[in-house]
Ligand binder design. Structure first.
Ligand code: DLL
Length: 437
């Protein structure tokens, strides 16, 4: 078995909890002393950083919200002088003020270590060529994967996203064995290769892919694995915390291994804000245990997951494992009282062999009620001119959605290749609902 840092990945849970408590105590005092936001928020909640005596005490500490980071725009949450900041990343800010995160050299080293661990979890070695097709820039995907690949001693191929023909060409010319990008872009690359007459499972030198940045169902993951003939692992991260590498699956697919030595995770009920029982679904809350520039205490990610309980992973890593993200609480659709995530709809679609995994969910208002429509494409070999077959397919998908998810969906099978393809994160939901106010 290969590990990158077994001294952290494979220690007993008691040893890890001791390390986490030591780091948490240091972190809360550090944040309190250096960041006015934490000074105020701890004082308001009556939380004394020196009073922390066990990990369970964490429930006494107030949460940090995305809005708190926005309010501190741009550098109000930095805990170090500007001369110690060696890089800045920021969210796109399309839905409000951007959130800005700074990194010291130590922060970048930790991030590179974490992503190098993920690459090893995907089977990479120092001999690997890692084709990085995440976007480079303020988005954390490209640079996060890049420095992780270099840290491992592998060869980083900094393609960034887009220019799919060139991705396919260079992958073959340079013998890339690991692909790093979003799941939707991996599917896009596979389909483009197939459309150009290649058989990627045979013609691509890939042995693995490390895909993340957006939710994807097990069905889509299987499709990517089959088309590319590889094992795919899921990598999780978020720009507020540290881009890709907070948690990652190994090839055994038993859940995502969390980098416990750097991140303390909790799962809360988003309504009561209390911890859920182990194994129950809830919102992921993350505390950065070792960050110097932009430490975050109890950051509410809005991502929905659960802790995997039961047998340890046969890979030998002992870290906490979390399930693949079901979606974000703010992406959850409420259709006539039924809660549903786009990834659950995707999972149903991928059960139909005649349907390609490209789809769009359209939300509209009819009277006072929300309506949901689904546009799906048939596979290329489907006879699109046979109206009867299309009607049957539409009816069957609608029936399956009704029985699996208890939602009534208007299904439209549209022409092959008519739904937009993505080079980064897919935008699956088009919300045309009239706003109530
Ligand atoms: O997407 C960081 C990243 C880049 C992670 C590349 C993995 C690979 P943001 O743009 O800040 O950062 O978006 C973070 O994306 O809160 C989740 O909602 C979602 N997300 C990220 N990874 C996964 C995943 C990057 N593996 C937001 N599964 C997060 C599901 C994911 N959702």
């Amino acid at each position: 078995m290969r590990y990158f840092q077994p001294e952290y990945e494979c220690i007993s849970s008691e040893e890890m909890r001791t390390l986490q408590l030591e780091r948490l105590r240091a972190l809360v005092s550090y944040a309190y002393e250096r960041i006015p936001f934490y000074h105020d928020s701890f004082d308001t909640a009556g939380f004394d950083p020196l009073s922390l005596s066990s990990l369970d005490d964490i429930e006494r500490i107030p949460f940090t919200l995305k809005q708190d980071m926005r309010d501190a725009y741009p550098f109000g949450m930095f805990a170090v002088p500007r001369k110690d900041v060696v890089r800045i990343h920021a969210s796109s800010g399309t839905t409000g003020t951007a959130t800005v995160v700074g990194y010291t050299q130590h922060d970048l080293d930790v991030w590179a270590d974490c992503f190098a661990r993920c690459l090893v979890e995907d089977g990479a070695t120092s001999e690997s060529v890692v084709q990085i097709a995440y976007g480079y820039g303020l988005f954390t995907g490209g640079l996060g994967a890049h420095y992780g690949a270099e840290r491992l001693g592998a060869t980083a191929l900094p393609m960034s996203s887009g220019n799919t023909k060139r991705q396919i060409q260079l992958m073959q010319d340079f013998q890339s064995d690991i692909l790093a990008c979003t799941p939707s872009y991996a599917l896009n690359i596979a389909d483009a290769a197939i459309a150009s007459g290649l058989n990627p499972a045979r013609d691509f030198p890939l042995s693995g892919a490390i895909l993340g940045g957006e939710p994807s169902s097990n069905g889509v993951r299987r499709e990517i694995e089959e088309k590319l003939g590889i094992n795919v692992v899921d990598v999780y991260g978020l720009s507020e915390i540290m881009g890709p590498g907070v948690a990652c699956e190994c090839t055994r697919h038993t859940g995502l291994h969390v980098a416990d030595d750097h991140f303390l995770i909790e799962i809360i009920d988003p309504v009561t804000l209390k911890h859920v029982a182990p194994g129950e679904w809830g919102e992921l809350v993350v505390t950065t245990l070792t960050k110097e520039c932009s430490p975050l205490v109890r950051y509410r990610t809005r991502d929905i997951t659960r802790i995997i309980t039961g047998e340890p992973c046969p890979c030998g890593r002992t870290n906490t494992r979390i399930d693949r993200m079901r979606g974000r609480s703010d992406d959850m659709l409420i259709i006539r009282g039924v809660n549903v995530f786009p990834s659950q709809i995707e999972q149903v679609i991928t059960g139909f062999p005649d349907v390609a995994s490209h789809y769009q969910i359209v939300l509209t208002t009819k009277g006072v009620l929300d309506e949901i429509s689904l546009r799906v494409e048939p596979i290329e070999t489907f006879d699109f001119d046979e109206v009867r077959k299309i009607e049957d397919l539409q009816r069957d998908i609608a029936a399956e959605l009704k029985s699996e998810l208890q939602i009534k969906v208007n299904v439209h099978v549209v022409e092959p290749r008519s739904i937009e393809r993505y080079e980064g994160k897919a935008q699956r939901v088009l919300d045309l609902r009239e706003k109530g106010e």
